[in-house]
Design a binder for this molecule. Sequence first.
Ligand SMILES: [Zn+2]
Length: 490
Amino acid sequence: MSYHHAKGQSYPKVSDAVHSFAKFQMGIVLIRQHFLVSKRLIQHERNVVATRTAGRSGLGLGGCPRVGYFGAVGRVSGWRLSRVPGVRSSHDLTKRGSLSMSSCVALIVAAGSGERFGGEKPKQYLSLAGKPLLRHTIEAFLAHPAVTAVQVVYQPLHRDYYDQAVAGLGLPEPVPGGATRQDSGRLGLERLAEWPGGPPKTVLIHDAARPLVDAGTISRVLAALDHTPAAIAAVPVFDTLKRGEGGLAIGTVDRAGLWQAQTPQAFHFSTILEAHRRLAGAGLTDDASVAERAGLSVALVPGSPDNIKVTTPDDLARAHRLLGPTPTDSRTGLGFDVHRFAEGDQVTLCGVSIPHRHRLEGHSDADVALHALTDAILGAIGAGDIGSHFPPSEPRWRGADSTVFLRHAVELVRARGGVIGHVDVTLICERPKIGPHRAAMVARLADVLGIAEDRVSVKATTTERLGFTGREEGIAAQAVATVALPGSVW
Ligand SMILES: [Zn+2]
């Protein structure tokens, strides 16, 4: 059989179980239960708490012939989906990975411990509208046309959180931060100085804890570099400022000429690197202070009042409100695939190689799980099926790594401004046993899909030795994917 079964083709030696599958595919309407909240409720929530509720669908396979092979599509509510506005793919990053003097790198400083926030998880990894705060920040820069690449400075103790937050973004290895904010900034710059292809011409230094930075602010600070070596986003102070002591006001501070500094802060790369090297250990709290101390003129560029720094739980709640309860068009897609066994010694399932007494036959690497999942994602966005994107007749797909197909489906979702909320894959076979490989499969899928591991499910079942999977003639896989697109179902 080709790497993907032809649609409508009947399977050889089909058992009753396979007929059940086919009937299911043709006849059962997938239960979609999304957006139970009304527009009115959404509008109400705009003023209370920005909650977008979307559905996750899971598909179960039961092994009892008397009641049919398929269980219901279940739903878990109360989690959040958000849109990824034009995130660049790791492919794009690789294409643009070689830096030149015309390039601009965003240096995201995420090395803080977030002590003021409290709690176990550092604040830069807390969830904001369904994804880690750091990921929002990174994606804002990846989506900006003037930014060539993103380099993160991080705290190595947070490595697991970091890996999950950046899965699928194709970022360069993060730089371990230093003891102070100033050290972390310098260490990040030193890494950029060593980049293959040469250091960038300009650098945007940004706090990971400002996830709501907008493209206009980034553009404005960069534009100012045409006239000055340093420029920072800032907003004028409008509130009356009081000096306090023991809970009492002891004076009013003249607010004339006062600005609140934000990030991004943009610099000519070699100039800020030199300033950082010269002033190492000065205990300065932002990079503009380093530039000022070095005698550079620093332009104040209008930032945005929404570009808040998430420092306390109240700030996080405010960030949720600012993101707004945009209605999201949630779709569910279903995929199914079968490959037969042939002589061999390993199979590839969910992108993971597993020693086995057979291989799976197919035009590509015959990763039946990835084919089902690719079809599920394509189905969710109404983009045809895997065979229409990668015709088995084309020799270039012979032996292909099926993650190529899955990445393509992910790209199509992103090109529509969408995000994959959740996937659920079920492998149907007697052997190989999936359990020992499940964690590796989940990790691999999360990486290829660019989503957190808790949004990925891999399950396995047998058909009680019935049918072709029961006779160990091949492996079947089914998958559901939930995708959110911009817009509304109303
Ligand atoms: Zn296939």
